[in-house]
Design a protein around this ligand. Structure first.
Ligand SMILES: Cc1cc2nc3c(=O)[nH]c(=O)nc-3n(C[C@H](O)[C@H](O)[C@H](O)COP(=O)(O)OP(=O)(O)OC[C@H]3O[C@@H](n4cnc5c(N)ncnc54)[C@H](O)[C@@H]3O)c2cc1C
Length: 446
């Protein structure tokens, strides 16, 4: 493919910025990524990515997308100790909205997922981007993009040092706190509409070392529900330790001490898991994080938008993190960017915004319905969210003991299968029959 751009600058060297740089390196003579944070030369937490201290589940689809951007990534991660997760009941304990899925039977179509920590994944990707010949990562903050009123386009970036760097394309990958809406305002463009759900989530995380042999699982998730507004995610990472994240939804505080984490584990995890955790050793310091609002900035809806800049990653859409989909959706945005560039048509930003809206919509809808109907969140709700949430709850109830339904859900939740595919009438019938049978059995034994 020819080089369509001379120089692109990317603001932010987290997962979004790195993926965008990878795609642009194929069509730009030069790509410069600016990052205001220090970038460690090993897997390590960064101050500007505070979420990295909390569990990050990489969906199976995300692993596939990252691998297609960076071939060899998954093998290298495994060589560095990243656990592989077979979708089998002995590897994973997965509870969502008060239901524990797929534990009764092996799922038919097993798929493989990977469990890198957030710092490990970012570092593996960063070192690959650094190795790309025409990409440079510079640790310096960007004050704002430069805008030429006469041309009606963004022309580069102004660095915190005061230097202006010309570029024919700028990527805003500055995360949830992006200032692009304010810059648009300043340049005389409308701000994007924001779709929001007030999820009121608070995270508390602690590392544990659990003696070998006590747990076969590598992922343990007990999601929150209306009745039980706190949850736990435990991931076994490449350093041989468990990251244990507890969270509260709808402004309910999660545990604040190790003793409270252990008590919560006793309440909501299988007995062998909480017993193993009690035998574990807490390591390091506790980390806290608040995530008040899921936010989708609707750039796809704008009638006017300047040329020369594209928003990317969490700067476009940031999902309730307890669903574990943000990194995967960022990787999917990178696939969209590649497809839109390869089509060779003009108006990159609006076409990318539309493509990203198409891939975002079903995932946003699923999480919004889950949050508003089942997780006590507040925000704009459609009349049909509650009944759909109720059906979903029935479906998850049946999926506890029906592997076909569990598999249907897990493949979509992992974003392997499209969420545009709603359950077929056969699956709905199967759900009803399954729940009826359980209800009758309960009645008979009462
Ligand atoms: C608590 C929490 C838990 C999460 N858990 C999961 C999970 O389990 N699974 C999952 O898939 N996703 C999860 N996510 C989402 C995931 O972290 C993000 O989707 C992912 O980090 C991609 O973000 P990004 O690169 O767009 O932005 P960020 O990671 O926020 O990075 C933005 C970068 O831009 C830099 N920057 C900002 N402004 C400037 C500037 N002016 N100049 C230069 N640099 C700048 C910052 O320093 C930072 O490095 C979670 C998020 C949170 C908050």
């Amino acid at each position: 493919m020819g080089r369509s751009y001379k120089h692109a600058t990317v603001i932010g060297a987290s997962l979004g910025g790195l993926c965008a740089a990878r795609v642009l390196s194929d069509v730009c003579e030069r790509v410069t990524v600016y990052e205001r944070d220090e970038l460690p030369d090993r897997p390590a937490n960064r101050n500007a990515v505070p979420q990295g201290r909390h569990v990050h589940l990489l969906m199976a689809r995300g692993a596939q997308e990252f691998e297609s951007l960076f071939p060899g990534l998954l093998d290298d991660m495994v060589a560095d100790g990243v656990p592989i997760l077979e979708n089998r009941p002995d590897c994973i304990h997965f509870g969502a909205a008060g239901h524990v899925l797929g534990t009764a039977h092996r799922l038919q179509d097993e798929f493989t997922a990977y469990v890198p920590s957030r710092p490990q994944l970012e570092w593996q990707i960063r070192r690959r981007v650094i190795a790309i010949e025409n990409v440079e990562i510079i640790c310096e903050g960007v004050t704002e993009p430069t805008y030429d009123t006469a041309l009606g386009r963004v022309t580069g970036v102004l660095l915190d040092s005061g230097d202006a760097v010309p570029a024919d394309l700028v990527v805003d990958a500055t995360g949830r706190g992006t200032r692009l809406p304010a810059w648009l305002d300043k340049w005389g463009y409308p701000r994007p509409r924001e779709d929001t759900v007030d999820v009121g989530i608070a995270y508390t995380s602690h590392q544990f070392h659990i003696p070998e042999g006590l747990l076969a699982e590598k992922v343990v998730v007990a999601g929150a529900s209306r009745a039980q507004p706190v949850g736990i995610g435990m991931l076994f990472y490449e350093d041989g330790n468990w990251n244990v994240t507890t969270f509260g939804i709808a402004k309910v505080e999660p545990p604040q001490t190790v003793a409270q984490i252990l008590d919560l584990a006793d309440d909501i995890l299988p007995a062998h898991v909480s017993a193993a955790l009690r035998r574990g050793t807490p390591l390091g310091e506790m980390a806290f994080h608040k995530y008040p609002t899921s936010r989708w900035r609707r750039y796809d809806d704008l009638e006017r938008f300047p040329a020369g800049i594209i928003p990317f990653g969490d700067a476009v859409v940031s999902f309730n993190p307890t669903f574990g989909q943000g990194m995967t959706m960022t990787a999917i945005q990178a696939a969209n960017l590649r497809a839109v560039i390869e089509s060779g048509e003009p108006d990159l930003a609006p076409r990318l915004a539309k493509a990203t809206a198409k891939t975002t919509w079903p995932v946003w809808l699923m999480t919004a319905i889950g949050d508003l109907a089942l997780h006590n969140a507040t925000g704009e709700s459609k009349w049909w969210y509650k009944p759909v949430g109720g059906l979903f709850d029935q479906f998850l109830g049946a999926a506890e003991t029906d592997p076909v339904l569990a598999e249907w859900f897990l493949r979509r939740f992992s974003l392997l299968d499209s969420l545009y595919m709603v359950p077929s009438p056969r699956l709905v019938g199967r759900t009803i029959r399954h729940n009826m049978k359980l209800w009758l059995a309960e009645k008979r034994s009462a």
